[in-house]
Write a protein that binds this ligand. Structure first.
Ligand code: SF4
Ligand code: SF4
Length: 240
């Protein structure tokens, strides 16, 4: 089994488990819990994403994210590479007011906070939870429709509320020069076949990055498609 088959199997399984894990990726539950002075499971999960990304970048997006499983399955229907940069601003327009709300609620509740990882639910959606079903299908529909209309990883580029946490982590990693996973390439051996760019899950111009001598990008999810598709084996995952 190739590395990419293993990766895709993992994210598809993660998507199958999404009815169970849904609430741990909920942006709404954080707010609702904080109004009751509770740190919910999704707060902890997003915090771990931020801390983790300082060392492993967006590995979560490429290898674990449940949305990734659905998004990459949708490439069977639409595998269009996304190059519209302005669409990426949408997620920040969502993220900043959301983070601001969380910070205000944290300040208001700072002296009276308790942690409840299983706030509201620990088992995901259930038959007795009709709202859970509505939320689940609404989120899945959003992911599906963006992948179908925009193309490859359409949801990640436009509205994903988890990506900015990891991009912030990558920014901290760069500013503080923290050892982290990254892609390194030997530009001199590149034969300009462009296979890496064609295969890039996040539609990056990988060949140009290789030739610029710097292959790091805030949109890179370390899926390693470029590493595995390069006929000259000149892209490698390293720890620096
Ligand atoms: S640059 Fe390579 S590792 Fe990063 S998203 Fe593109 S294909 Fe994946
Ligand atoms: S796949 Fe490898 S050889 Fe081809 S353009 Fe990319 S880095 Fe160069």
């Amino acid at each position: 089994m190739s590395r990419q088959s293993i990766r895709k199997t993992i994210i598809v399984i993660s998507f199958i488990l999404f009815p169970i894990t849904l609430y741990y990726f909920s942006p709404y539950l954080i707010i609702e819990a904080l109004t009751q002075h509770v740190i919910a499971g999704s707060f902890i999960v997003f915090s771990l994403m931020l801390i983790g990304s300082i060392f492993i970048g967006r590995l979560f997006c490429g290898w674990i994210c449940p949305a990734g499983g659905l998004l990459e399955s949708c490439t069977i229907i639409n595998d269009h590479r996304i190059t519209i940069k302005k669409a990426k601003l949408i997620k920040y327009l969502i993220w900043f007011p959301w983070i601001l709300t969380i910070m205000i609620l944290l300040l208001l509740a700072k002296d009276n906070l308790r942690i409840d990882f299983f706030y509201q639910t620990w088992y995901g959606i259930s038959i007795s939870d009709p709202y859970g079903f509505i939320i689940y299908f609404a989120v899945v529909f959003l992911i599906f429709i963006l992948a179908l209309t925009l193309g490859r990883r359409g949801f990640c580029h436009t509205v994903c509320w988890m990506a900015p946490f990891m991009q912030l982590g990558m920014w901290i990693q760069k500013k503080l020069h923290i050892p982290h996973l990254y892609l390194q390439a030997t530009a001199e051996q590149c034969i300009s076949c462009n296979m890496c760019s064609k295969k890039c899950t996040m539609s990056l111009s990988v060949m140009e990055l290789v030739k610029s001598g710097k292959i790091e990008d805030y949109d890179c999810i370390l899926c390693l498609e470029c590493v595995d598709s390069c006929p000259k084996n000149i892209i490698n995952l390293k720890l620096k």
